[in-house]
Design a binder for this molecule. Sequence first.
Ligand code: GLY
Ligand code: MN
Length: 466
Amino acid sequence: MHFKLFDKAIYKQRREILRSNIGSGLVLLMGNEYSSMNYKDNVFPFRQDSTFLYYFGLDKDGLAGMIDADSGEEIIFGNELSIDDIIWTGPLPTVREMAAEVAVQKTEPYTQVANYVQQALKAGRTVHILKPYRPENKIKLAGWFGINVTEVDSKVSVKLIKAVVAQRSHKAAEEVAEIEKAVSISVDMHLAAIRQTRPGMKEFEVAAKVEEVALAANGRLAYPTILSIDGEVLHNHYHGNTIADGDMVLVDAGAENDMHYAGDLTRTFPGGKQFTSRQADVYNAVLGSMDHAISLLKPGTTYLEIHRQACIKLLEGLKDIGLVKGNPEEAVAAGAHTLFFQCGLGHMMGLDVHDMEDLGEQYLGYTDTLIKRTDFGWKSLRLGRELQEGFVLTVEPGVYIIPELIDRWKAENKLEQFINYTTLEQYRDFGGIRIEDNFLITADGHRLLGKYLPKTLKEIEALRNY
Ligand code: GLY
Ligand code: MN
């Protein structure tokens, strides 16, 4: 095989659990196709759908998997290579050979999916599908269901979503081992950046050193690298600035390993050898918030509460600096922290860097009784629910000084009882700081995943001692 797999018994067992949770009807899981970049044959790197990978393992384009929850029949749909295909791809295993590797007995040509779906629908059976995020899968499903493309989302099976989320949220030991590999590669990506950055370098030169590490480990990027001296721009993919002494460099980068599990780490370090004292103070406020959040990670606590506690701790630190005033807990209740920390404390991580986000944030990060908030800041918290043993998640507090946001708030004197706008004015060009690590929730607490990546001010500056 051109791809790696767990033992076939693992896939079989995962499907059996899904089947018993679904009870009745057909489960149809769509694999992905190649997606064209600028013309048909020039394609983006192939990425298999994560739920398909979880249950059927096969890292190959043009496949679909079906589980008949009533009869127990399992089918892989896919087309055999023609001689024209083989000229371009070389010989590859047959669909039957691939299916055998994940303990699936039956295979059918891809065109047969339509027949199975339509016969089931005709017989009044439920065909359970997930919400497609790729246009080509949406179009195919519309054709098979005999509906308009705009109606496909209404056919999504909430029962299937909930069953998949329930299973994929709890990482088994073999998954944790793969995530640890991905995180450790990610640690090396960050060490490359922290050790090799010099004033005068372009951001893209550092990004090249970061990304090389993932490729050299037979991995790839789990998401596009964020590497910037403008760290306040949350998803900043521009790499054209020159790094100067006195700047801070924010690097948010992670590897996807050869089993497609992700790492997601962030560090912020000085462009020169040392942080300025202003930078050091804010850095320590972020680190204090992070360490407090980490100390609270355990089963039974909601991540929403840990986010709230992290925000309070952050404001305590910013109060010491003079950027905020008043009671930090009341300030967080009023939303004052969102001027500095506009996003969430973290998210689930696994086969996807934001694990299962395609299944819907309400289903993966919240519950029927804990509804995701919609107000500024809180709406970006992707995980709110009670933590359970086996969850893998990120902890990533930050401070982002966004001049445009300050101007808006200041114009309204918004929350002026908590914000020290005069002092904040002197921080307009401060930039942003984020620190991020990845954790497993254990029976009695948590465990840092992967190798330790230095994060205290002293440790970071020691690595910058060029
Ligand atoms: N690593 C990017 C993010 O968590 O959004
Ligand atoms: Mn993250």
